[in-house]
Design a protein around this ligand. Structure first.
Ligand SMILES: NC(=O)c1ccc[n+]([C@@H]2O[C@H](COP(=O)([O-])OP(=O)(O)OC[C@H]3O[C@@H](n4cnc5c(N)ncnc54)[C@H](O)[C@@H]3O)[C@@H](O)[C@H]2O)c1
Length: 385
């Protein structure tokens, strides 16, 4: 194994991470950061946060429509737009990675680009493996070929889906990796390659296994539970009941608010002890899927009561409806998921600070503004603290 590059002075928040039980507030010490998938849900929150910390950011994202790039730029203070560079590129194409890496050296790289929706990965297994597995290898290989430009940390967003069906009451990092759905397996390959590039070449990877992330501005409203439900509840033609798939009635999942994921990513990048490690990132709550829907409906109705009481009544009266969807080929249905986040908490003092219902209220407000009040402008980040 090649030696791991010596830890540079803390990038972000590592000093605070060692003391106290409160989750440290991450900070950045200047320089440039690369975010792959930076136009996506988590990525755009991370980019806005990095810009607010005063650093320079390069985004590499394959989305070539101007909508999300414009939206990202619109959501940051005018003065920080000059510190943001957006490169339209695909992690499946090494030449695109070289373009983005030419902006370096980077203090840290956050690798979020992915086929991130389970159903989409199942529809296109080749695309999913090419992006989630080979795309990760392309990035790591490009980084290791320029050792003088190696960042202090390469944080890879992995997922609790790599574990597959749970044995016992929670997954630890030692639990067997049994993710066998197309998305699960493609992410698992990227996750393991992250570890392999540390072991084999000393690339300072940190793999974070995330649970279900929720928060404002998740554009994946076709499939993901919270944004899908809110898109129906705030349908401009009148509230529609969100759908609970019959197959998921018995499912339990961890949830984490997006600001807390941003904190986790930054702490992972900033703490030298994280390099070469894999961590579960514990959420704020473990809930059954019907309970999530019940809370989404209640939070939406509660907020709507102040604005349009009659509409609020209809939201409550609609509740949610159970729909039989049947098994989707390529999608595994893991019944219960729950991450043990002790290792990450002990290493960085991280804990998810945002209460589920509080985060949901912020998410509801943003969704309502987006669907029913187009003049409201982005209601995005920095919203819970
Ligand atoms: N959101 C969650 O609940 C969750 C949970 C666990 C893990 N994750 C992981 O976190 C990361 C971010 O998730 P998200 O919710 O922001 O997803 P997202 O779909 O909102 O964002 C992903 C971004 O990656 C970009 N992208 C896709 N393929 C690409 C490619 N080949 N080259 C370059 N860019 C590409 C997309 O255009 C998009 O902007 C993903 O790696 C995902 O697997 C997310």
């Amino acid at each position: 194994m090649k030696p791991v590059p010596e830890a540079s002075p803390q990038i972000i928040g590592a000093a605070e991470a060692r003391t106290g039980t409160e989750c440290p507030e991450p900070r950045a010490e200047g320089g440039r950061y690369l975010v792959t998938g930076g136009l996506g849900f988590v990525g755009s929150h991370l980019v806005r946060h990095l810009l607010a910390l005063g650093v320079q950011v390069t985004v590499l994202d394959s989305d070539r429509t101007s909508t999300r790039a414009d939206r990202l730029r619109a959501g940051v203070p005018a003065g920080s737009v000059a510190r943001l560079r957006i490169v339209a590129g695909d992690v499946r194409r090494p030449e695109d990675l070289h373009d983005a890496l030419a902006d370096g050296p980077f203090r840290a790289v956050f690798h979020l680009a992915a086929y991130s929706v389970i159903e989409r990965a199942a529809q296109d297994p080749t695309g999913a493996i090419a992006t989630n597995a080979i795309g990760t290898v392309n990035l790591l290989d490009a980084l290791r070929r320029a050792p003088s430009a190696l960042p202090d940390a390469v944080v890879i967003a992995s997922t609790d889906k790599v574990y597959g069906e749970m044995e016992g009451s929670r997954y630890t990092e030692q639990s067997a990796l049994r993710g066998i759905g197309i998305y699960d397996a493609a992410k698992l390959a990227g996750d393991v390659m992250g570890q392999a590039f540390h072991q084999s070449f000393g690339v300072p990877t940190v793999v974070l296994r995330l649970c279900n992330v929720f928060g404002p501005d998740d554009r994946n409203s076709r499939y993901r539970l919270v944004p899908r439900s809110l898109s129906l509840i705030f349908d401009p033609a009148g509230p529609l009941p969100p759908e609970l798939y019959f197959e998921s009635i018995g499912h339990w999942r961890d949830y984490i608010y997006v600001d807390d994921v941003v904190t986790a990513l930054l702490l992972a990048a900033g703490h030298p002890a994280c390099r070469g490690e894999v961590f579960n990132v514990a959420g704020c709550v473990n809930l059954s899927t019907p309970e999530v829907l019940r809370r989404v409906v209640e939070a939406a109705a509660e907020y709507e009561r102040r604005l349009d009481p009659e509409r609020a009544e209809r939201i409550m009266a609609n509740g949610f409806r159970v729909v039989v969807r049947g098994q989707t080929p390529g999608v595994t249905t893991i019944s219960r998921q729950h991450l043990d986040g002790t290792k990450f908490a002990q290493t960085t003092s991280f804990r998810a600070r945002t209460d589920f219902d509080h985060g949901l209220r912020v998410t509801v407000r943003a969704a309502r503004a987006g669907y029913l009040d187009p003049t409201a402008g982005p209601v995005l980040a920095g919203t819970t603290r």
